[in-house]
Design a binder for this molecule. Structure first.
Ligand code: HPA
Ligand code: ZN
Length: 336
């Protein structure tokens, strides 16, 4: 049967909730700071890790946006994404849907082209060398204006064929999904798929809004939906994918303790939940670490882990033939 760890790594999985800027490990942060002649307010890698003690989402975001300042050139974005793909491949990730935050970079003078061309180069290399497929999700920063989101969508125009979806991230409270209703409608009209963070810190009403006003096809996080039984019933009936991030939930105090994580309650409620890493360099683990942590904390069975892996595949934006191929590969491992 092998170890739980081995089983998790062997299971083919998709990662559906990953901010590429959140995969910037302290070692690479130092290397890029040096390569680009940028000062960072840390003396050592240990010093950086010690700063990663957060009590809420905003505490984290302040440090995360500052860290992204070392990313300057197309090569930096390629190196960042390649480092993520290496880790993901080692974890048994076969497909990744990667969020990037263009505004974090364009607002400090980096071109949209440098960001996306670097990411695309890594995606091409990862498929050829590691066998991982990937798609890009352009995420709007919700603490910024609707007009700024429209400007970002306009900048993306030359690369629209290479972008699968738009998303919505950053400070949730006070920035409800409806603020971006028109820009999401414009993205939909361009043929992009839609996802949004909702119910991480925000109330169940934000999840309703993401569904009804934005018309999203996935909910990122969605934890607080559990406070609203009618919403849970609706999400289950619609087969809506929730991209849950256990170690993120712990680090950002969405849960007090992993032993209290609702992942198994979500499964029992019939929700299509998936397990993801969110910002692995900041939250202490990549996707397999998240599966293992929550499996140990909540006593998940191998059947639960198989269900989570299948949900990640049926919840992804790949075409049906690729979904079917990955599901068959999961079954092959499950029945080993
Ligand atoms: N929530 C909101 N914004 C983010 C997150 C998150 O978990 N990670 C990176 N940006
Ligand atoms: Zn996120």
């Amino acid at each position: 049967m092998g170890t739980l760890e081995g089983f998790i790594r062997r299971l083919p999985k998709a990662e559906l909730h990953l901010h590429i800027e959140g995969s910037l490990e302290p070692e690479l942060m130092f290397a890029l700071a040096e390569r680009n002649g940028i000062a960072i307010p840390y003396a050592s890698v240990e010093d950086v890790r010690a700063a990663y003690a957060f009590s809420n989402l905003q505490d984290f975001l302040d440090i995360y946006y500052a860290g992204a300042g070392v990313l300057q050139t197309e090569a930096d974005f390629r190196d960042l994404a390649m480092a993520y793909f290496e880790r993901a491949a080692a974890d048994g990730v076969v497909h990744a849907e990667i969020m990037f935050d263009p505004q974090t970079h364009t607002d400090r003078g980096i071109t949209f082209g440098a960001v996306i061309e670097g990411l695309l180069a890594a995606m091409t290399e990862a498929e050829a060398r590691l066998g991982i497929t990937s798609l890009l999700i352009l995420s709007f920063l919700r603490h910024l204006s609707e007009a700024a989101a429209f400007e970002t969508l306009a900048m993306a125009e030359p690369w629209l064929e290479r972008i699968a979806a738009v998303g919505l991230d950053s400070s949730e409270l006070g920035h409800p999904p409806a603020k971006f209703a028109r820009v999401f409608a414009a993205a939909r009209a361009k043929g992009l798929k839609l996802t949004a963070h909702a119910g991480e810190e925000g109330p169940p009403a934000y999840v309703h809004e993401a569904l009804d006003v934005l018309g999203v096809e996935r909910i990122d996080h969605g934890n607080r939906a559990l406070e609203d039984p009618a919403l849970v019933a609706r999400l289950a009936a619609e087969g809506m994918t929730l991209t849950v991030c256990p170690l993120s939930n712990l680090k950002l105090c969405v849960v007090d303790d992993l032993a209290a994580h609702p992942i198994d309650r979500m499964l029992v409620a019939g929700l299509k939940v998936t397990v993801n890493s969110d910002d692995p360099a900041y939250f202490g683990g990549y996707v397999a670490d998240n599966y293992r942590a929550v499996a140990e904390a909540r006593g998940l069975t191998r059947a639960d882990l198989v269900q989570l892996a299948k949900n990640s595949i049926t919840g992804c934006f790949l075409p049906p033939d690729e979904v079917a191929r990955h599901l068959a590969a999961i079954d092959a491992v499950a029945h080993d």
